[in-house]
Design a protein around this ligand. Structure first.
Ligand code: AHM
Ligand code: MG
Length: 329
């Protein structure tokens, strides 16, 4: 059947894009659209603060006092505040699970959506002016509106996501998201304060030659991961590792590649968190034609049992991830 969806040109503003996409769905109420706008707005605020990070470090605590009166906060905590505030004000989200908070934040409203978010991922890279990101997943709440939020609302497998995305605060700031109908990337133009469609219908190359892994952990990786890394070296692949998941992932989605965080002796389930790091990127990579696995299972099919659960991650170009997980079988 012919796809009746309207292709929107490069340069379309995010607002217009969201509106047009909403119009394609009969009975859409606009709540998801508003949620995406809220996240995009909080991303602008975080972007502004990240851009000042170097100055604040140079001036120390006095300079830090200039940031909205919340000078004692580290940027990751500050980012958490920005996103939670934006999501709380909007009213579309009823609960948030964040890397920064031990427990679920119940917003005690009639919102339909639950958010899992890593407000500032790769935060150890901020002090050294290297790219960082925000990762988010959006789910429909599981329990009826009007009842207290439970873990069931949050502990949904990734396949239940209605939307997911990331912000990359890099040489330019980008918002990349999917609602399950392809992946689109928007570049932020700070002087206009707008995101513009710059990467329509993103697809990841089916194969690639870049592998991204912290090889410092090599000795404690399982044999399967070691064997795949040896295969990458024998194949004369290129190693690229930033240590900011969003940045490594974004490069690989554009150029082709694999990112992996295998189990290690100190982190037997790997380091990355299923709910607010792996699921969102897994949804995006699949929408872009790639694969995400923990070595044995599709990431999106893993039933979570803890908010801050960790999983090993192999994510990226289809042929590369399939090759990596072939060592597990
Ligand atoms: P964080 O959520 O504490 O920032 O940790 C997640 C980050 C990822 O962005 C990155 O890929 C990974 O941790 C790097 O870990 P390592 O320093 O072990 O290589
Ligand atoms: Mg993180």
């Amino acid at each position: 059947m012919e796809d009746s969806r309207i292709a929107l040109p490069i340069g379309t503003t995010l607002d217009r894009f969201i509106k047009k996409k909403q119009d394609e769905f009969q009975f859409a109420t606009g709540e998801l659209s508003q949620l995406l706008r809220d996240i995009a707005l909080a991303g602008k605020v975080v972007n502004r603060e990240i851009n000042k990070a170097g100055l604040i470090n140079i001036i120390g605590p006095i300079g830090a006092q200039n940031v909205q009166g919340e000078d004692q906060q580290k940027l990751d905590v500050l980012a958490n505040i920005r996103f939670i505030r934006a999501l709380t004000k909007g009213g579309e989200a009823c609960a948030i699970v964040s890397e920064e908070d031990e427990e679920i934040t119940d917003l005690e409203n009639d919102g339909k959506y639950v958010i899992a978010i890593d407000p500032l991922d790769g935060s150890s890279n901020i002090d050294v002016n290297v790219s960082v990101g925000t990762i988010f997943s959006i789910y429909r709440r599981f329990t009826p509106v009007g009842t207290p939020i439970t873990k069931e609302d949050v502990l949904q497998k990734g396949a239940e996501q209605v939307a997911a995305g990331y912000l990359l605060y890099g040489s330019s700031t980008m918002l990349v998201y999917t609602t399950g109908h392809g992946v689109n990337g928007f570049t932020y133009e700070p002087s206009l304060g707008e995101y513009f469609l710059s990467h329509p219908d993103m697809t990841i190359p089916e194969d690639g030659k870049v592998y991204s892994v912290n090889e410092g952990g090599y000795k404690s990786f399982p044999k399967e991961a070691k064997d795949y890394i040896e295969y990458c070296k024998d194949s004369k692949f290129t190693a690229r590792y930033i240590g900011s998941l969003v940045a490594d992932f974004h490069r690989n989605i554009l150029k082709g590649g694999i990112y992996m965080y295998p189990p290690t002796s100190s982190s037997p389930s790997g380091k990355l968190r299923l709910l607010y790091e792996c699921n969102a990127l897994a949804f995006i990579v699949e929408q872009a034609g790639g694969v995400a696995s923990d070595g044995k299972r599709r990431i999106l099919e893993i039933e979570p049992d803890e908010l801050h659960q960790r999983v090993p991650l192999y994510i990226g170009s289809k042929a590369m991830v399939e090759k990596a997980i072939s060592y597990y079988s």
